[in-house]
Design a protein around this ligand. Sequence first.
Ligand SMILES: O=C(O)C1=C[C@@H](OP(=O)(O)O)[C@@H](O)[C@H](O)C1
Ligand SMILES: C=C(OP(=O)(O)O)C(=O)O
Length: 433
Amino acid sequence: MFNYNTKAHKFKFQGEVTVPGDKSIAHLAITLGSLASGVTQIGNFNYADDLAVTARTFQQLGAKIHTEVNTKAMVIKGLDHQLKPLDKPLNIENVGTLESLLLGALASSPNQYEIVGGDYLSKRPNDRLVELLQAMGASYQTLGENSLPAKITGSEDLKGIVYHQDISSAQIKSSLMLAGIYAKSDTTIIRKQATRNHTEVLLNYFGGDVSVDPATIVVHPGAHLKGQSITIPGDFSSAALYIAGALLSKVSQITLPRVSLNSTRIGLLNVAKQMGAHIYVDNRSVNSIEPYGDLIIKYQKLHGTKITNKQVPFIIDEIPLIALMASQASGQTVIEGIHDVHLQLGDRIRNMRVELAKLGIVMQVNDDTIVIEGDQEIKVKDDVDSHNDHRIAMMLCIASILTDSPFQIKNIESIDVSYPSFIADMNKVLVNK
Ligand SMILES: O=C(O)C1=C[C@@H](OP(=O)(O)O)[C@@H](O)[C@H](O)C1
Ligand SMILES: C=C(OP(=O)(O)O)C(=O)O
């Protein structure tokens, strides 16, 4: 439970906050470091719950993983693709990205693995990914209904496929790319839309052979992955909380040092600019392989905007925050092309709509579009629930700053999935006006 009992709208965001390292890059760095030969060192690693599950999973598969005492970097002694046979199931809890990466990584191992998940992954459909991995030659036996638990037996003779993306999912793409490293022929992904590109970038950094152009991604097999050093930039999805908070709380000004500026992740910055925000970027640099910089955000009354389907993959985890921003802007905001987001986390769009309605914020949602009128006053009608979705939990924390009426957020602990110190960090930069 979480609630501010004070006059909430008396707060503004002020000062500087360093957000944890990027979760998406960290999942990949553990996966590639475990599959590679030699040692991988991951600096600015975010020891959040989801990443602990990914590290544990690859340890169970034989990777040697420890934390460097002084630097807190994660150090992995890789397996050179020799995954250990297991007689017990791998429990990946509710880590969606891990499910996709793991299925891809296991597709080329001749061992049989059983994978079990938590409530959400025992319902999340994975049939599309499974069909594609089966077409490459892996065999898959579902023990659930198009979802976990399942058994996968990979093949040392995987063949590459040509996948015309029907779902704009970075996870499906990444999974096929991991399988493709060890296939006997090229794996080609013909894009529906661009999605986050960390896998393309990191796979080449670890010695993979991936060619990328605007229309296609091709993984050429046969590469020998080698351990690397990487320093992970701040997670833009965590930074987005403060960006939204500062843009919505009068007289705020906040600095966010060393945040990822990967163009396939920072869609919320572009949306905020479309809505009238001025965002300043300082100290641009490149950390190992990913761009980063300091973001400076000042309060600005926003106006509504139209967000197109091409933008959606770049705001995929920020839609709840953008909905909150839109409800406080002047005029109408329309977000198009959200169909694929309904597949996430037991329907994140539905859950955010239901919970924001308890705060008096309404929106029209259909299969592919969200319409949100602006200048909606927050009127607390009931306590809210995160539905165990960390992004919804943290968006509701930001909403609580914008009203005088206290409310409780049930299942607030879900924030530990990506940002365990969020409430402590936020309290440091929330000051009286
Ligand atoms: O590749 C990744 O690390 C992720 C891809 C996205 O999922 P989808 O591929 O399902 O859109 C995103 O929502 C998730 O938080 C992380
Ligand atoms: C959807 C998310 O991740 P995952 O798919 O790994 O649960 C997220 O972090 O918002």
